[in-house]
Design a protein around this ligand. Structure first.
Ligand code: NDP
Length: 336
């Protein structure tokens, strides 16, 4: 049973000597368990966070001296669970090892005749689903809008861009290197793709997205986000999926915003700006009725900090900014 164990916690980019490859005894499946032989292992950026010692990322840190967990497509070798028989093909959390034992709770069966079972770890599995969910439920793209996605030829990004194209978006990818960018345009059918390693990304992006950006699917963070941000249109949506540029801890000036954006993912925060002025037409009357009712009934208390005399406005204004007011600051200019 070949296994790759996490030998030490990587500093920066993971290196081969952070891992140990061992041949160990094949495990036995007991009562209510299945023995699996992993056929494919999914390698995902989130794994880097779990190799650290509890960084508040998606899930608990991987244990040292154990194989990291990870999605696999596996064949059932033997089964003591009614739902599975030997020879079945399943998606499992089999980890970085050849054989794994499962109690069945993490398994789902694949069609026996599936031509490319590995797709169940990619476009038909976790990464395809992440792309589809993030784009359709949070990005909510409309036909004719401009969609920008980074890591554009990766598992999630390639799916995002192609779904966006099906939904009628103009898709601009951002990827590392000319080869990937050509692939994004020629094979994946993106409208354009820009190399984030070449100079002047911001300028090139502004040229490629002349009507601004309506949906930015955030996979990357760092310099890519910095280039996209000024181009966001009013009402743009930003599904925050991942921040891979920071996973090795190489944050430079992006440290604070990396932490902020990461917390949006970890806590599933939906953050949305608004301008009250946009909503008078649709919301003010309802608000007004409800609020006068509450104030009239004494259920809402309205403090006012009233300063007499217009000449005292500057002082009161400065004081309000420093916190000397209690409640709504007003100047009484005259009486009726
Ligand atoms: P990819 O297949 O996209 O592989 C990672 C890619 O990241 C690399 O190929 C590289 O592409 C890009 N990358 C790495 N460093 C940088 C950098 N400094 N600047 C720009 N790009 C960089 O991985 P996935 O598709 O699996 O994941 C993409 C993102 O989606 C990740 O952030 C991941 O954490 C996130 N994710 C989130 C999920 C969720 O539930 N929220 C689920 C699945 C994935 P290039 O050469 O183009 O730069």
């Amino acid at each position: 049973n070949r296994r790759v164990l996490l030998a030490k916690r990587p500093h920066g980019a993971p290196r081969p000597d952070d891992f140990t490859v061992l041949d160990q005894e094949r495990p036995w499946a007991g009562e209510g368990e299945v023995l699996l032989r992993n056929l494919f292992l999914s390698l995902d950026p989130y794994m880097r966070g779990r190799m650290d010692d509890g960084d508040g990322s998606y899930a608990a840190p991987y244990a040292l001296g154990e194989p990291p967990g990870g999605g696999t497509v596996a064949e059932v070798i033997s089964s003591d669970i009614d739902a599975f028989r030997s020879g079945d093909l399943v998606v499992a959390n089999g980890g970085w090892q050849e054989y794994a034992v499962s109690n069945g709770s993490d398994l789902y069966a694949l069609p026996q005749d599936m031509a490319h079972p590995s797709l169940a770890l990619g476009i038909l599995g976790m990464t395809g689903f992440a792309a589809w969910y993030g784009l359709t439920a949070i990005g909510a793209p409309k036909s004719g809008e401009t969609l920008v996605v980074g890591a554009a030829t990766g598992a999630v990004g390639a799916a995002v861009g192609q779904i966006g194209k099906i939904l009628g978006c103009r898709v601009v990818g951002i990827a590392g290197g000319q080869r990937k960018c050509r692939h994004a345009v020629e094979v994946l059918g993106f409208g354009a793709c820009l190399d984030h390693r070449a100079p002047r990304l911001s300028e090139r992006l502004a040229e490629a997205a002349p009507s601004g950006v309506d949906v930015y699917f955030e996979n990357v963070g760092g310099a890519v986000r910095a280039a996209v941000w000024p181009l966001l249109n009013v009402g743009a949506r930003v599904p925050v999926c991942g921040l891979v540029s920071g996973y090795n801890g190489d944050l430079d000036a992006d440290g604070n915003s990396h932490d902020l954006m990461m917390s949006l993912i970890v806590k599933r925060v939906r953050m949305e700006g608004f301008m009250v002025g946009d909503h008078y037409g649709t919301g003010f009357e309802t608000f007004s009725q409800q609020m006068s009712g509450w104030v009239g009934a004494g259920r809402i208390h309205a403090d006012e900090d009233i300063v007499d005399g217009l000449e005292n406005a500057p002082e009161a204004f400065g004081g309000m900014l420093e916190g000397r007011n209690l409640g709504k600051t007003l100047v009484r200019i005259g009486n009726r």
